[in-house]
Design a protein around this ligand. Structure first.
Ligand code: ATP
Ligand code: MG
Length: 153
């Protein structure tokens, strides 16, 4: 994992389980108040990544993409984990942010399709990007923001 503020680490994944393992390693570094954006084209494995992190944090039960609601909130070992998907959003109105804000309260937050929330969401502690490399191969890069970017401590 990234050791230095502002650094980016890149990993190769050849299987969904490898993407989950990369996510599990990142999860060890997260605390309540941290926001993690997860970007990448359709079907790259964003939800798979979030699932791996959630498992490592002690979330039990299914971790699936929020479809009929903007987010899920899971109970984990040391607090809550929120999982947002902004795929359907084009920017965020004040009312929409009002719906999202509770998910950021007292939780680690993963945001799929974060682009719509740019400038409106709290700054991310880590920015994950997943890219297709043919077949099941993926490149997973994790950019480490300044460690001071931590909310709610
Ligand atoms: N190396 C890999 N890492 C992650 N997922 C992989 C990999 N290889 C194959 N897959 C498969 O790709 C699919 C990724 O689905 P997933 O829902 O995680 O993607 P997503 O990026 O969240 O999609 P969406 O854009 O619809 O939100 C799964 O079926 C998963 O099994
Ligand atoms: Mg998804």
């Amino acid at each position: 994992m990234a050791e230095r503020a502002g650094s980016t680490k890149t990993y190769e994944s050849k299987l969904p389980s490898e993407t989950e393992r990369i996510a599990a390693a990142l999860a060890q570094r997260l605390a309540v108040g941290d926001v993690v954006t997860v970007s990448g084209e359709l079907g790259t494995g964003k939800t798979t990544f979030v699932r791996g992190a959630c498992r490592a944090l002690g979330v039990e039960g299914p971790v699936t993409s929020p479809t009929f609601t903007v987010g899920h909130r899971y109970r984990a070992r040391d607090g809550d984990v929120s999982h947002l998907d902004l795929y359907r959003f084009r920017g965020l109105s004040a009312a929409e942010w009002g719906d999202l804000e509770p998910y950021f309260d007292g939780a680690i937050v993963f945001v799929e399709w974060p682009e719509a929330g740019e400038g409106a969401l709290p700054e991310a502690r880590f920015a994950v990007r997943i890219e297709h490399r043919g077949g099941d191969a993926r490149i997973v890069s994790i950019a480490d923001a300044d460690p001071r970017v931590r909310h709610g401590d």
